[in-house]
Design a protein around this ligand. Structure first.
Ligand code: FAD
Length: 215
C-alpha cells in the first residue's frame, strides 16, 4: 500500500488466478460486495504489466469501497471481475486530445498517458487536471515529468480552488480550436457536465466528449 496523501491510497495487486489480465488502458475492475453491490476501480497501471495491476483510490467517501481499500493488507487474497469499460484512447483519431480530470478521476487518464508514452506514441494535446489542492492531485509529479519530456503535451494543473468554475475556465482557455479536438473527461458527474457544456459552447459536438463518471 502506498499512501499518496491522507486519503488517497495506491495498491498493487499480483494476479494469481488467472496470472494474467489482458486489458486496455482506461478500463476498470469490479469488486463485489454482495449481490448487486459492487464498486468500480480504474486500473492505474498499463497493459504492459498485466501480471500485476495498480489501483488508486480516494477513500474519503467512506463507504464500503473505501473501507475495503483502506483495509487491504499485504498477501490478502481478493476477488474481482475485469476488465470493463469503454473509456479508451483512440489512437486512430487524428484530432488533438484534451484530457480533463478531477482529482481521483485522473486514474484512467494516467493509465492512458503512461501507455501512450511506453509505446512511443507521439504524445500531444493538453491535460487539464483540477483538484481542491495539490494533495488531491495524485500522480502530479509524474505528469509534470511526462509533460517535460513530451514537448507536444501541455500540462495544466488547476489549484488551489474548490470551484468547478476555475476548471471550466481553464478548459475553455486551453481547448483551442474545437474543429480539431476530442476530449477525454473523467471525475464527478457535475464536473463532466460543466466541461461538456463549455466545450460544446465552443463548437465541439457532444460525441467528441468522451467521459468516465466515477460518482
Ligand atoms: C467506472 C468507474 C471507475 C472508478 N474508478 C475509481 C478509481 O479508480 N478510484 C476511486 O477512488 N474511485 C473510483 N470509482 C468510484 C468507486 O467505484 C466508489 O464509488 C468510491 O470508491 C466510493 O465508494 P464507497 O463505497 O467508499 O462510497 P459510496 O458509499 O459508494 O459513496 C458515498 C458517496 O460519495 C460519492 N463519491 C464516490 N466517490 C467520490 C469521490 N471520489 N469524490 C467525491 N464523492 C464521491 C458517491 O457518489 C456517494 O454519494 C470509480 C467509479 C466508476 C463508476
Amino acid at each position: 500500500m502506498r499512501v499518496i496523501s491522507a486519503e488517497i491510497l495506491e495498491v498493487e495487486l499480483d494476479l494469481r488466478e488467472p496470472t494474467d489480465l489482458p486489458f486496455e488502458a482506461g478500463q476498470w475492475v469490479s469488486v463485489p460486495f454482495g449481490p448487486k453491490n459492487v464498486r468500480a476501480y480504474s486500473i492505474a497501471s498499463t497493459p504492459r504489466s498485466s501480471r500485476h495491476i495498480t489501483l488508486c483510490a480516494d477513500v474519503a467517501p467512506g463507504g464500503i469501497g473505501s473501507a475495503w481499500f483502506r483495509g487491504l493488507t499485504v498477501g490478502q487474497d481478493i476477488g474481482f471481475k475485469a476488465p470493463f469499460g469503454g473509456f479508451l484512447f483512440r489512437r486512430d483519431d487524428s484530432r488533438r486530445p484534451l484530457f480533463v480530470a478531477e482529482e481521483i478521476g485522473i486514474v484512467p487518464i494516467r493509465s492512458m498517458l503512461a501507455d501512450l508514452d511506453e509505446t512511443g506514441f507521439d504524445l500531444r494535446g493538453a491535460l487539464v487536471y483540477w483538484g481542491r489542492d495539490q494533495s488531491w492531485l495524485p500522480y502530479h509529479e509524474e505528469l509534470l515529468a511526462l509533460a517535460r519530456r513530451s514537448p507536444g503535451l501541455a500540462y495544466h494543473p488547476v489549484v488551489p480552488s474548490a470551484s468547478i468554475a476555475d476548471l471550466t475556465a481553464a478548459v475553455g482557455a486551453h481547448a483551442g480550436d474545437a474543429r480539431d479536438l476530442v476530449a477525454y473527461v473523467s471525475g464527478g458527474g457535475a464536473m463532466i457536465d460543466a466541461v461538456r457544456e463549455v466545450l460544446m459552447a465552443g463548437g465541439l459536438d457532444r460525441k467528441s466528449v468522451r467521459w468516465e463518471k466515477f460518482w
